[in-house]
Design a protein around this ligand. Structure first.
Ligand code: 87F
Length: 480
């Protein structure tokens, strides 16, 4: 999937992971185009003046911005930043392009790379200093239209996770503390990693309000001839998706790839023995017949007929890579015109007659896709607990759970929960402090206010400030 590189936080994406990214791109690109979004490309460099044009937005992020200060031996007249995101790069152009309500909606997207010079411990896919993503930026005449798009995009992101990657997600709204500071509100899809008991933000879709419009003087004349400021959205999904998928499905033998995303869905391994030339030919012919039939049915199939590796080595190799199905073809299988199919996720084996191989493989792939999602959903759901009182909160986190609580939804108390949960967890570990570069902090964060939350009975107290009434259910967790 990846290889290491001599700059901390940067990784090489090898073809096996890059082709997964291409499949995600194909899917999502098709979805956003149904909304009329167009792809484009803006420069990766941004001047200091532009980057700082919207203060709220850069504040807090400033330490992560990487700068180019030299060319060759000479200093540049002005340092140039490398994009961490493209709001400040794109919106001055929006101001030039938007004059009338007829210029709206404007819906642009870029598939590009961005750089965020983080100091927390890097992790392949999950936290890298350069990453690939798409960033969508749209402008609308009305708030209602912008609101609608925010949710449509969030639905596409949920579909990338659930339908392609077989990873269940929880859609919701970020609290004021966790939202994108430059915007109006932020929606998110949150995933859960059973192996570590941690949550992870999957992708975000923001309603930016009119904030950027004001800062960048984006104005249009509405249908009544009045000057108005458009309502903007921005939304992004990154190569982190691949990391989440790996963490959710893999086992001790290696990757387990959901069939829809697997670069190779089915590998055929002939079991070679000492036999007559005629028998060898019959075996090779049957393998070729299988490749042709499966390929014709649109199944991504590979024949591993390398002679310099034995079958056991090949089984291992393809298991490590996560190929969903292995088809073994031994001499007796050739005589019986059948083949042995082995599922990567369950190791279930089944002898399938040639006559129905294509149908059976297609069915197994669909079944496996479905089973991976169900299994992940069950372990996710088994790890969400409701907590009503503070005393049960940190113990639930310690067990690797995500915690749903009634909450007053005030930033002050969100900060209190963060501090208190950290202090209690460190005390339980017998530790005084935590390294601030820790990739996996012990404090609890709000993940989201789930859109699909249980009913909150009137008068329910806030779990951390019981003197206050709760206003919503909030999902908390230790996160990446
Ligand atoms: C790091 C440095 C400078 C995140 C940063 O979520 C600025 C930023 O604005 C920054 N890290 N952000 C927020 C990005 C918001 C938004 N941009 C478009 C997205 C999705 C895609």
């Amino acid at each position: 999937m990846i290889d290491f590189y001599d700059i901390s936080g940067c990784y090489i994406l090898r073809p096996w992971s890059y082709s997964i990214w291409e499949a995600i791109q194909d899917f999502l690109d098709g979805q956003i185009k149904t909304l009329g979004v167009q792809n484009c490309y803006f420069p990766m460099f941004v001047s200091e003046a532009r980057l700082n044009a919207e203060k709220d937005h850069v504040e807090g992020f400033a330490p992560e911005v990487a700068w180019v200060t030299k060319s060759g031996d000479g200093e540049l007249n002005e340092p140039i930043a490398i994009r961490p995101t493209s709001e400040t790069i794109m919106y001055p152009a929006f101001a030039n392009w938007i004059h009338s309500h007829r210029d709206l909606p404007l819906k642009l997207n870029q598939w590009n790379n961005v750089v965020r010079w983080e100091f927390k411990h890097p992790t392949p896919f999950l936290r890298t200093r350069e990453f690939l993503w798409q960033e969508g930026h749209t402008a609308h005449a009305t708030l209602a239209e912008a609101d609608k798009e925010v949710m449509q995009i969030l639905g596409f992101y949920a579909a990338v996770y659930e339908e392609l990657l077989a990873v269940p997600v929880i859609p919701g709204k970020k609290t004021e503390k966790e939202k994108f500071a430059g915007g109006h509100y932020t929606t998110t899809v949150e995933a859960y990693i059973p192996g570590t008991g941690r949550a992870i933000q999957g992708a975000t879709s923001h309603n930016l309000g009119q904030n950027f419009g004001k800062m960048f003087k984006i104005e249009f004349e509405d249908q009544n001839g009045q000057k108005a400021i458009p309502w903007q959205n921005s939304w992004g999904l990154t190569t982190r998706t691949i990391g989440v998928m790996v963490m959710v499905h893999s086992d001790d033998k290696g990757l387990v790839l959901p069939p829809r995303i697997a670069p190779i869905q089915c590998v055929i391994v002939p079991i070679v023995v000492k036999q007559s030339d005629a028998a060898n030919k019959a075996q090779a012919d049957m393998c070729a017949e299988m490749v042709a039939a499966l390929g014709a049915a649109g199944i991504r199939v590979k024949l591993d007929d390398r002679t310099n590796y034995n079958p056991g080595w090949k089984y291992n190799h393809w298991e490590l890579k996560g190929v969903p199905l292995r088809i073994e073809v031994g001499p007796r299988d050739v005589e019986a015109r059948q083949a042995r199919c082995v599922r990567r996720d369950t190791n279930e084996k089944e002898d399938v007659p040639m006559a129905c191989l294509t149908q059976k493989v297609a069915l197994l792939l669909v079944t496996m896709q479905h089973d991976l999602l169900s299994k992940a959903r069950k372990s996710r759901d088994d790890n969400i607990v409701k907590v009503w009182e503070w005393k049960d909160f940190v113990p639930a986190l310690q067990k690797g759970h995500m915690v749903l609580t009634p909450f007053c939804n005030e930033t002050e108390f969100e900060e209190l929960v963060k501090d208190k949960s950290k202090a209690e967890a460190l005390a339980a570990l017998g530790q005084e402090t935590e390294d601030e570069r820790e990739a996996t902090p012990v404090a609890a964060k709000t993940l989201c206010i789930p859109f699909d939350a249980p009913e909150l009975p009137a008068g329910t107290p806030c779990f951390v400030a019981p003197e206050k009434p709760a206003t919503c259910w909030v999902l908390w967790g230790r996160s990446y």
